[in-house]
Design a protein around this ligand. Structure first.
Ligand SMILES: [Cu+2]
Length: 167
């Protein structure tokens, strides 16, 4: 007879240990990568894809990385034939949707690089979401001028489960 209350107590403990267990698991960051930068470069850019598998919208509120003094979400727009960058203000990720950061589009600007990004290395990037909180990803550095990561987390035909980046 003692079994049921014990199990209930464990469930309550587990639920209170994590404030928003659903939000974090529902947001997945895939294929984080960056281009290698020349030795004298002040700035770099990082790219990835965020998928919202949950049922509530979320927003990317801030970005940080130990390799840069500052990191900001930017978008690239072509106006009058000139490519311009401007800050992306708290981009939203709707339920069931993905937000793509890629060359020529939205990207994470790494401002004030503390050291060059070297091909083959990886560095941490912490994405802070309004609901999911902090999601830390390892950004793989590809060759300078690469247009996509050499190894994607999944192919276009794979619609199976994605790895959680909370590890
Ligand atoms: Cu930019």
């Amino acid at each position: 007879m003692i079994r049921v209350p014990l199990i209930l107590a464990l469930v309550v403990l587990a639920a209170s240990a994590v404030a928003q267990p659903q939000a974090k698991d529902s947001l997945v960051v895939e294929s984080a990568w960056a281009r290698a930068t020349p030795g004298n470069a002040r700035d770099g850019a990082a790219y990835f894809r965020v998928v919202n598998h949950g049922s509530t919208p979320d927003r990317l509120v801030s970005v940080n990385s130990p390799v840069a003094e500052k990191a900001d979400a930017h978008e690239t727009k072509t106006e009058d034939g000139i490519m311009k960058m401007r800050p992306l203000d708290r981009p939203a990720i709707a339920p069931g949707q993905a937000l793509e950061f890629k060359p020529g589009g939205a990207h994470i600007m790494l401002l004030g690089l503390k050291h060059p990004l070297k091909e083959g290395e990886s560095f941490p990037l912490v994405l802070t979401f309004e609901k999911a909180g902090d999601v830390s990803v390892a950004v793989k550095v590809e060759r300078a001028g690469a247009s996509r990561p050499a190894v994607m987390d999944h192919g276009p035909m794979d619609h199976g489960s994605h790895g959680s980046m909370t590890r």
